[in-house]
Design a protein around this ligand. Structure first.
Ligand code: MN
Length: 285
């Protein structure tokens, strides 16, 4: 099942090239303040799926090209990033003086995970607003993993049972010497889309081709089988430090080919088993 948020916070089910508005199912989502941790729709996805399928059967779809796609996760409690998780990206990062690695050393395990502010999250149609035009803002195309249920200290062998689904992620990054969480939390610097594909549709998240191009030029092209830490390992490791809540997002690391974008560019990202998204780049303000 492919799930999206679109236009003015409408909930959609995507079938082929159409979006079916299933927002009516949300009326049974009763929330009492203070809200529980995590994203309430993802937390209740198992219960909601049959109702979403029948609601989608009952309404005509609208062409995807006519809607504004938002992040397919509305309220994550955190966005986790995995650094230096592709060997060829590690090599390019150390070779490029603009990618300041002086603050960081060692393997992905040595460096640990990082967090991106949830306020940086947008969907593809909202695009990326370059905030510091005099500095380098790079694209990092990655597999986005969306947690489906509360996970605390789980084993690697069970980890994929805790995944609700997958989406394409862009971990946009201002290059420089400051802490990662600072440079990667700029408004609109976390892109997730074009929809969430539920985990049952992805047989092996560690074997997906992906590619990012900018105005027709292919810049990043790899397969998730090149990751140093598998998806299951990342979920298990993350859960050993923080409790993962439904809707939490893990951006699993990028491959080689990171490069700057500028206002006016459009990034086209494709991921096997997920789909394609176009993300425009503009100047902030
Ligand atoms: Mn990254």
């Amino acid at each position: 099942m492919r799930i999206c948020w679109f236009d003015d916070n409408r909930l959609g089910v995507v079938r082929k090239s159409l979006v079916h508005d299933v927002s009516s199912v949300l009326s049974s989502l009763s929330l009492i303040y203070p809200y529980p941790e995590g994203d309430p729709l993802i937390a209740n996805l198992g219960r909601f799926r049959p109702a979403m399928e029948s609601a989608a059967d009952e309404v005509d779809g609208r062409p995807l090209s006519e809607v504004k796609l938002l992040s397919p996760v509305a309220n994550p409690s955190k966005i986790i990033g995995t650094p230096v998780n592709y060997r060829k990206h590690v090599a390019e990062a150390h070779a490029d003086p603009d990618i300041d690695m002086t603050r960081f050393a060692g393997s992905v395990i040595d460096q640990g995970l990082f967090l991106k502010a949830t306020s940086s999250l947008v969907g593809p149609s909202q695009g990326v607003a370059v905030r510091f035009p005099d500095r380098r803002t790079d694209h990092e195309c990655e597999l986005g993993v969306i947690i489906g249920k509360t996970a605390d200290g789980i084993d690697e062998k069970d980890a994929l049972d805790y995944v609700a689904g997958y989406a394409i992620a862009l971990d946009m990054t201002v290059r420089g010497s400051e802490d990662r969480s600072f440079r990667k939390s700029v408004e609109s610097y976390a892109v997730l889309g074009p929809w969430l594909v539920t985990a049952d549709e992805i047989a092996d998240p560690d074997a997906l081709d992906f590619e990012l191009s900018v105005v027709g030029e292919v810049r990043q092209k790899s397969n998730t089988d090149q990751m140093i830490l598998s998806v299951a390992k990342q979920v298990s490791w993350a859960s050993s430090f923080y409790t993962l809540h439904p809707g939490d997002i893990i951006m699993t690391g990028t491959c080689e080919g990171v490069a700057p974008v500028k206002p006016g560019d459009t990034m086209t990202c494709t991921f096997e088993g997920i789909g394609e998204m176009e993300v425009p780049v503009r100047a902030a303000g």
